[in-house]
Every structure is written in C-alpha cells, then in structure tokens.
Design a protein around this ligand. Structure first.
Ligand SMILES: Nc1ncnc2c1ncn2[C@@H]1O[C@H](COP(=O)(O)OP(=O)(O)OP(=O)(O)O)[C@@H](O)[C@H]1O
Ligand SMILES: [Mg+2]
Length: 353
C-alpha cells in the first residue's frame, strides 16, 4: 500500500461541485430549493412519540422465542451532554415540486446510535441528506450545536458531519487508499497539509474495515461489498463526531454486515461518535440501535428505544406487513418474524430453538 498525500485540493470548498466524492463530503447537490437558513420555522409541535421512555420493556406483541436471556433493556434514550447536538426543526424537503418530507422535527440523541427504518421511498435518504447538508431544505433548518449547518463554513461542517450516501460513485481509477485519504481533506489547510495523523487515520480506517490488502486497488474494480467497505473506511477516516450512514450494510455478506455494525458500535462506544444510520434489516436495527426512528410517507411515526417501539403493530403500520415479534435469543432485543402469504403462524415453530 502506498500512503501518500491525496492528489486533490486540500480544502473541500475548493473542489468543483461536479466531483461526486467531494459532493458526498461537502457539497449541496440540490439547488432548486429555497432555504430558511436563518433559523427554524418554529412553532411546529413535536411528533407524537408513542414510545415514551417509561414504557415497560416487555410489551404487547412480543413473545418469548424459547429459552434465552431475559430481554436486555436498551441504553437510556437520551443524549450525552457535551457532545454536538444535531437537530432538525420544521423541515420541508422536496425535489422540484414534489414535497417528500414536511414539517419534520427531530433531535438526534448525541453519543447514541439512531437507526432510521421505513419502507422504500418513504424519505429516509432524503432526511439523511438534509441532515448532512447535501440537500437544502425548502423550509425549516438543521442545527448543529445551535448553528444552522447552512450558515456554517463548509470545512467546519465536514469536520463535524461525515456521511456515507446510499449510492456513492468514485471517480474512475481512484484507488481505495486515495478514496479513504479524501476523508481527511477537511482536516487539512494550506499551512497543514498531509500529516502523520492523516496517515494514521487512513491506515486505521482501512484496518478496521479489513481493506488494507485492497488499498492500492482501483475502487471501480472492486466487488460491491468491497467497494461499500472502502466508502465506510472513508467515512471512518474523516473522524467526525457525527456519522450519518445510509444503508452501510448494502452489498455485504452477513459476516461483513455484522463486522460493519460492530465497528459502528466500537466507534460509538470508544469515541462517543453520534451515529445515525438507515437500515432495512429490522432485527439488526433492534440489535444495534439505542434509538429507532420509524418513518412512513415522509413522517416520523414513532421513535424511541427498540424494545419499546418495535411491535407487530408498528411493523404493520410502517411496512404493511404482518409479523410476530419475539425476543431475540442472542441479544434479548425484538426479533421480527414476517408472516407472508405462504406462511401462517404456527405457535410451536416460534418456540423451537
Ligand atoms: N434526486 C431526486 N429527484 C427526484 N425525486 C427523488 C430524488 N431522490 C429521491 N426522490 C424521490 O423521493 C422519494 C423519497 O426517496 P428516498 O431516497 O428518500 O427514499 P428512501 O426512504 O431512502 O427509500 P429506499 O429505502 O428505497 O432507499 C421517492 O419517491 C424518490 O423517488
Ligand atoms: Mg434510501
């Protein structure tokens, strides 16, 4: 592996908008919207949250899956004080004339792992992109530590917020190590170029994602799963206190999915990074989230600790899917078992371990 200074402009603001890699770091890819960067629209009431933190861990709709550990309560569903707070107020997000998200309020628990779940096209990526400043709200605002992210200098945002978009595209021929090194560009200035700290961050990110051996390979010659891990390494190397990951486990085999999710937990627990990720696997969401945010048609239906909010009723409401929710025998978190048209409930089946 050849670690070297990246061959792109050091400051994200210097990178032309057409470069998709810099877009995912810094850019505002949507220009058709107006914004109210001056502050939140204000006055919009918080969404009904059916998952109050006082709700009991054992709840209607969840059965025991046979012998196993007692349900493990989620970590407290509140922010760590002193960490950067990410908050959306009165958000309206649209593409051209189509409003996708309207009047959305969200406070991301700082220092926690939040997972957004919801059906295809309900607006998860749209919300995540707005939180990352990749999409300009038509109304409302996103605040990081009380400051509108649209009013903050680009470099400052990129030092605080890292995002893995849903379908990132690397420039042709870019090697893995160069891609991951690009994650360090927000930390560089004209007086402090590529440093030992950057080199260490890149090496560590490559190691954590098992990409060291592939470091010199062009990204566009990798398998889907390898490519996904290269992008995750880039987001990790960026070293931001807030990490936004849109379907980080896409393309990964089951073992690598668990590796990546465990890595996310490591980053959260060791470095207190705030994580917001979109996951489609509800059972992984329940295992790895401190806080689940369930979306439907551009709205937050409910949010809270998985043990309190993930029920058969919620799955039916959000996905239109009948299921049973039992207790995961390994983690003690909710385990969603879908029914489908060809399988009807057999009580005995759920009890076999
Ligand atoms: N760039 C775009 N231009 C126009 N419409 C868009 C654009 N991106 C997304 N949309 C539309 O916005 C809606 C929400 O899309 P979004 O990508 O946020 O969904 P999602 O919840 O992330 O879905 P998925 O689970 O399939 O990733 C969809 O109807 C989609 O077609
Ligand atoms: Mg999406």
């Amino acid at each position: 592996m050849t670690l070297k200074p990246p061959s792109w402009p050091a400051a994200p603001a210097d990178i032309p908008d057409a470069d998709p890699v810099s877009d995912r770091l810094t850019g505002d890819t949507t220009t058709d919207g107006t914004t109210t960067d001056g502050g939140p629209a204000g006055g919009s009431p918080a969404r009904a949250d059916r998952g109050g933190s006082d709700a009991p861990a054992g709840r209607p709709g969840q059965q025991a899956a046979g012998p196993g550990p007692a349900p493990v309560p989620s970590r407290p569903d509140r922010s760590d004080p002193g960490l950067p707070e990410l908050r959306a107020s009165g958000l309206r997000l649209a593409y051209d004339n189509t409003v996708i998200v309207d009047d959305l309020d969200l406070v991301v628990p700082a220092g926690r792992i939040s997972v957004i779940v919801g059906a295809n096209a309900c607006g998860k990526s749209t919300l995540l992109r707005a939180l990352a400043r990749l999409l300009r709200p038509r109304a409302g605002a996103v605040h990081l530590d009380g400051r509108s992210i649209h009013a903050m200098p680009t470099r400052q945002v990129a030092r605080q917020l890292g995002i893995l978009p849903q379908s990132p595209v690397a420039p042709s021929g870019l090697t893995v190590v160069d891609l991951v090194g690009r994650g360090r560009s927000p930390h560089q200035t004209w007086w402090r170029q590529w440093s030992t700290a950057d080199e260490q961050a890149v090496t560590e990110a490559l190691r954590a994602t098992a990409m060291l051996e592939l470091a010199d390979r062009p990204v566009d010659e990798l398998s889907g799963g390898q490519r996904q891990r290269a992008w995750i390494a880039m987001a990790v190397a960026q070293g931001t206190p807030v990490l936004l990951l849109d379907e980080p486990t896409t393309f990964l085999d089951l073992a690598h999915q668990i590796d990546v999710l465990d890595l996310v937990v490591d980053l959260n627990r060791r470095e207190k990074r705030t994580v917001v990720m979109v996951l489609h696997d509800l059972n992984q969401a329940c295992r790895y989230a401190d806080h689940v945010i369930a979306m439907r048609a551009g709205r937050i239906v409910t949010q809270g600790p998985p043990a309190e909010v993930v029920t058969a009723e919620l799955v039916e409401e959000v996905f239109g899917l009948r299921c049973q929710v039992v207790t995961d025998p390994v983690s003690g978190t909710p385990l969603v078992i879908p029914m489908g048209r060809h399988h009807s409930p057999r009580p005995a089946a759920a009890l076999k371990s």
